[in-house]
Each structure stands twice: as C-alpha cells, then as structure tokens.
Design a binder for this molecule. Structure first.
Ligand code: ATP
Ligand code: MG
Length: 191
C-alpha cells in the first residue's frame, strides 16, 4: 500500500524514560564492578556492568522529549552541597532479587534527594515513589536466584569504599533485551 494510503497511526508524542542519578568516578566504578562480579559468582544472578553502575536519586519514567530541556533547567536550579559516600556493605532484597551496595549515607545525600524532588514536583514533573522513603542503594546484582542461601534483608560487610559526589546527572534509559542502556543527558554541579 502506498505510504499516503496507510491508515493513520494515532499521534503519540515521543517520550524518554529518564531518571536522576549519581555516577561513580571511574576507579570507584571499577572496584564496584569487581565486587559485583564476585558477588554474582558466589550467589548467582547478573552483575551490573561497570559502565552502568549508579545510584538513583529520582526516577521520573516517561517524560515528553519536548520537556527534557525544561527538566534539565529545573535540576540546574537545585543548590545542594557536594559530599562523599562510604559504601561498606552489600544488602539483599528478596522481593526484587537484588543485591545492592550501601552504607551509612551522609545527610547531604538526603538533602540533595529532597531538594531535587521538591524542585521537580513543584515544576509539574511526576517523581515515582512519592510518599515512600528514599532507600539509597547501588544495584550490584540482579536476578539473584531463590537458591542463593541469602536471607531476606541480609547484609554482608565489605571493605569501605569512598565515592566522592561532586555532580549529579540526568540520564535516559533505553530498555533492550541486553538490559538497560543509559545515556547521560546532562550533568549538574554540587556546591
Ligand atoms: P532493568 O529494568 O533492565 O533491570 P534498570 O532498572 O536499571 O534496568 P530502568 O528500569 O530504566 O533500568 O531504571 C533506571 C533506574 O531507575 C534504576 O536505578 C532503577 O532501579 C530505577 N527505577 C526504575 N523504576 C523505578 C521506580 N518505579 N521507582 C524508583 N526507581 C526506579
Ligand atoms: Mg528497571
């Protein structure tokens, strides 16, 4: 059928699946990827690849592409202090079969999360998980099998790893059969 005779497809605005995140410096990503690989070898599951390791600050899901510039501008207006995280344990969440890395998180991380969420929602962006408390974590292994010998909520100590945070990022996620692909759209400096 000639193109001009095809039944019209309903118009759907192009959207992007986006989130805000902290991205580790190369040497921290390298070390975390090693730890993730060791954990996956020990417990099963799929280790996060080095270049996709991150900590999500706010997940928006689908946003019209036409609003991405505005979304970036709202984040650029957030003022929050730079800080350092110390990751010193792996934790297991049974409900979503995840092993994550975490630790005692600095108050400045909570402050950044709060300021970002507030700026986004007051500018008409919907942030997922509003009302739920922020559970900062770095996903290390996905699809941990039921036979992994870990108990729900179990935590395993690991040598502390310092992750300096001087910037945060707006990231686009593209889902594919090979797992999610992330594209950093914009970076924002912390004070
Ligand atoms: P995959 O879905 O392939 O396992 P992923 O979860 O990393 O990969 P996305 O689903 O695009 O990729 O999610 C991007 C980030 O946002 C991840 O850190 C994910 O944990 C987080 N995220 C996804 N959905 C939500 C949600 N509904 N609420 C809060 N955070 C979310
Ligand atoms: Mg996901």
């Amino acid at each position: 059928m000639p193109a001009d005779r095809r039944p019209e497809t309903p118009h759907r605005p192009a959207t992007a699946r986006v989130f805000f995140a902290l991205w580790p410096p190369a040497e921290v990503a390298e070390r975390l990827a090693e730890i993730a690989g060791e954990a996956a070898a020990r417990f099963g599951g799929r280790a996060t690849r080095r270049d996709t390791i991150h900590l999500t600050l706010a997940f928006l899901g689908d946003v019209p592409e036409s609003r991405l510039a505005e979304l970036g501008d709202v984040a650029a207006g957030v003022t929050s202090a730079a800080f350092e995280m110390s990751l010193d344990r792996l934790g297991f969440w049974q409900h979503n079969h995840l092993l994550w890395a975490g630790g005692e998180m600095p108050a400045a991380l909570d402050a950044l999360h709060g300021a970002l969420r507030k700026a986004l929602t007051s500018n008409g962006f919907k942030v997922d998980g509003t009302g739920r408390s922020f559970a900062p974590h770095v996903t290390m292994v996905r699809k941990v099998p039921p036979a992994c010998q870990l108990e729900a909520g179990q935590e395993i100590p690991m040598p502390a790893l310092a992750w300096p945070c001087q910037r945060f990022f707006l990231v686009r996620s593209r889902l594919s059969s090979a797992g999610s692909e992330y594209l950093i759209l914009r970076a924002f400096a912390l004070d």
